[in-house]
Design a protein around this ligand. Structure first.
Ligand SMILES: [Zn+2]
Length: 145
């Protein structure tokens, strides 16, 4: 477990190598010097999502949402609060199905909001429907275990 993790920068998408033991020490990006974890979900378009999915050793918890979706709006602050709890063990990401329709189709997103957890580039769990912060945290931790 001493191998460094690959952490994709939420600002410039540079791939950083961070020892697992130092994840919690507020690591910064070697390229742009921004914080690698900001305690907030990162909004990604399709190309950026694919890069993070391919390169990140940190599990990605993705909120597939759309601006017209009321339950998605209701869950947004819950998801944001979950980011403060789950980082840096996970990277929380938001993908708009309006901006990335091909990706949503490829991922077979049939209802929104849908939460999906990816580890090592592969989906390991998903859950449809709006839910609260505590439920998001518990579900994600169980799914990533
Ligand atoms: Zn950066």
């Amino acid at each position: 477990m001493s191998d460094p993790l690959q952490v994709v920068c939420p600002h410039c998408d540079a791939i950083n190598r961070v020892p697992a033991a130092r994840l919690a020490e507020r690591p910064v990006c070697g390229a742009c010097k921004g914080a690698l974890f900001t305690g907030k979900p990162v909004a990604l378009d399709e190309a950026r999502f694919r890069r993070h999915l391919r390169a990140s050793s940190v599990p990605l918890l993705v909120d597939f949402w759309a601006s017209w979706c009321g339950p998605c709006q209701a869950m947004a602050p819950q998801f944001e609060a979950a980011a403060r709890v789950l980082e840096p063990a996970m990277r929380l990401v938001k993908v708009s199905t309006e901006d990335a329709p091909a990706l949503a189709q490829e991922m077979a997103i049939r209802s929104i909001p849908t939460l999906a957890l990816f580890r090592g580039g592969a989906e390991v769990a998903r859950q449809a429907g709006a839910t609260g912060t505590a439920q998001i945290v518990a579900w994600a931790r169980q799914a990533a275990a």
